[in-house]
Design a protein. Structure first.
Length: 580
């Protein structure tokens, strides 16, 4: 078993064991459901497959990451050792001796606690360790010479003062030993708790989240997995442009209608969005009716939409569409007034040089239609492409940022799906599904997302939920942010007290010609030294906690921080605590 192999190499795999137990549970549930519901059984297996894929990817990645990170952790240890030794000594020789001793201790510590150190040949590890130590010591020895610059206009360059400022800061830390040790201990514990008690996970699988508090009615809305691009640079400006939907196949209607839990399926046919703004030929309505632009046409199953979205209630004059209507259309009051149409009149829609004659059977209220929301909470009306921003880069050349916005009611024609299908670019954008009594909307939305690879919105009385297969990010250990805040505030109070107690020193510094920014630099240097040393020691202490948890059999559900990049995060936490 791969998990057991990783554990034998020193990895902390409690979270991975928990995931494996969940996968086994899903497989067992699938076996139980096999004789009851093949579809439910398949969805459990599909979920187990995504989970095991993520787990295998991480188990392979942790090995590679540990092997790669060891060559970054060794220089980090050399740097931490050099900074730590510089606190205790000013002379070069004692500093070199203490650096070498502390570096050796840290290397032994790392070899015992970090799994990547035992994956490398000892000769290569020794070579890398010596090289890192030599480079770091050489840099520290050469730093005073590199930070020397010429005076200009009687002013001393700031880099000339860096070494003296840090030297003064280190003396202050040594003079106030107890306070410095306690502050350093607080920062070290803070960083170690961040390393061992928090966990950040990424993966790909089923996500289920609440996106709205209320829905128009109960049911499930289905779209393809690819999400829309709501804002982008226009193609005429060299961009990819926006996109609204990827069409569903006609076979999807048949598949859902054959499900035993489905009572009603309502497909919505509509055109892809067209551009409304005018720039270098971008203006492109779907078609025209007597010179009036039309940007959207919607094809529906009238009886189904009336039951699900109460679309028939928006009609104020004439009648609502019937399922068997052919070449009949609903228009808005605004559309009617602009063309002088009335019930029973014919209108001619010109699309790409082809004409379609439609008979007006009903007039709907513009505001009511614009306020109708679908089961996913989005407007029922189709989208159009509008100009959001325009930036001029040269004379006659603009960068256009475009976006999607719902069409106004006066720009849309509503007809039956059979009539709308006569227009070539009209396709199925979504399916509204009404389930039989007693069916669980949320669970079926998850099942659809897993089995069909679609986005499924469950519109319930509690709100609208979205189920889909997508990348996800999961964080654990966030409640310890409150103790962290307490520690950070204690460190801040300690640093402020130190500043308050040394007001006389500040006056002395000012009297000998040190300006306020240089005085502030001394205090920042003190905090920086504590932050760097505390961050390094805290990271090492965090590695120790992983081994202790493994030895005592504690089941802390966190993901081990294997990557060497977490040393940067450790430094960021420690420096934030002391410099905030």
């Amino acid at each position: 078993m791969i998990i057991k192999e990783r554990e034998e190499k020193g990895f902390y795999v409690t979270l991975e064991r928990q995931k494996l137990a969940r996968i086994n549970s899903l497989v067992s549930e699938a076996e139980i459901l096999l004789n009851q519901s093949y579809e439910s059984s398949f969805s459990k297996l599909r979920e187990a497959h995504t989970e095991i894929t993520n787990l295998m990817e991480w188990l392979n990645k942790m090995y590679v990451e540990a092997l790669r990170s060891i060559f970054l952790l060794i220089p980090f240890l050399a740097f931490t050792s050099a900074v730590t030794s510089s606190i205790f000594f000013e002379d070069l020789k004692p500093k070199l001796c203490l650096t070498s001793v502390s570096y050796t201790i840290m290397l032994l510590y790392l070899f015992y606690l970090y799994p990547g150190s035992r994956m490398v040949a000892p000769s290569l590890l020794l070579e890398c360790s010596l090289t890192s130590l030599i480079i770091v010591l050489a840099l520290f020895a050469a730093l005073p010479m590199l930070l020397k610059g010429r005076e200009f206009g009687g002013r001393v360059p700031l880099r000339n003062l860096m070494i003296p400022i840090f030297s003064i800061a280190k003396r202050h830390l040594r003079r106030r030993k107890l306070r410095s040790v306690l502050t350093l201990l607080s920062v070290t514990i803070l960083v170690s708790s961040f390393i061992v008690l928090t966990s950040f996970t990424t993966g790909y699988g089923l996500t289920f989240s609440k996106i709205s508090r209320t829905g128009p009615s109960t049911g499930i809305l289905v779209r393809t997995l690819k999400p829309p691009i709501m804002e982008a640079r226009a193609p005429v400006s060299g961009g990819i442009g926006v996109s609204w939907f990827t069409p569903l196949k006609n076979s999807s209607i048949v598949w859902f209608e054959s499900r035993p839990y489905v009572r009603l399926v309502a497909p919505k046919y509509e055109n892809k969005p067209h551009r409304e703004y005018k720039y270098r030929g971008s203006y492109d309505p779907l078609g025209y009716v007597d010179g009036l632009p039309v940007f959207g046409i919607v094809g529906i199953v009238p009886s189904a939409e009336a039951k699900i979205l109460s679309l028939d209630e928006a009609v104020t004059e004439g009648r609502y569409l019937r399922d068997d209507d052919e070449n009949c259309v609903l228009i808005s009051e605004g559309f009617k007034e602009r063309l002088g149409l009335s019930i029973g009149n014919n209108l001619t829609l010109w699309v790409s040089g082809e004409k379609l004659t439609l008979r007006v059977v009903g007039i709907f209220d513009d505001r009511k239609l614009e306020n109708i929301r679908d089961l996913d909470g989005e407007p029922f009306l189709p989208m159009k492409i509008v100009e959001l921003r325009r930036a001029q880069v040269d004379e006659g050349i603009d960068i256009i940022t475009e976006g999607l916005r719902p069409c106004s009611a006066s720009e849309v024609l509503v007809t039956t799906w059979k009539t709308a299908s006569k227009i070539p670019e009209v396709q199925i954008s979504r399916l509204d599904i009404v389930l039989k009594e007693g069916e669980d909307l949320k669970e079926l939305a998850k099942m659809i997302a897993l089995n069909k690879g679609l986005r499924a919105w469950a519109s319930t009385r509690e709100g609208i939920y979205l189920a889909k297969l997508s990348p996800y990010f999961e964080g654990k250990g966030l409640p310890i942010a409150i103790p962290w805040l307490i520690v950070i505030l204690n460190v801040v109070i300690t640093m402020l007290n130190s500043l308050y107690e040394r007001r006389k020193e500040i006056l002395i510094y000012s009297s000998i010609g040190i300006n306020p920014s240089q005085i502030a630099g001394i205090f920042l240097a003190e905090a920086g030294v504590i932050g760097i040393v505390g961050g390094g020691l805290g990271y090492l202490l965090g590695l120790c906690w992983y081994r202790i948890l493994s030895l005592i059999g504690a089941s802390l559900q966190v993901k081990q921080k294997i990557s060497a990049l977490w040393t940067l995060a450790a430094m960021a936490v420690s420096l934030t605590a002391v410099l905030v």
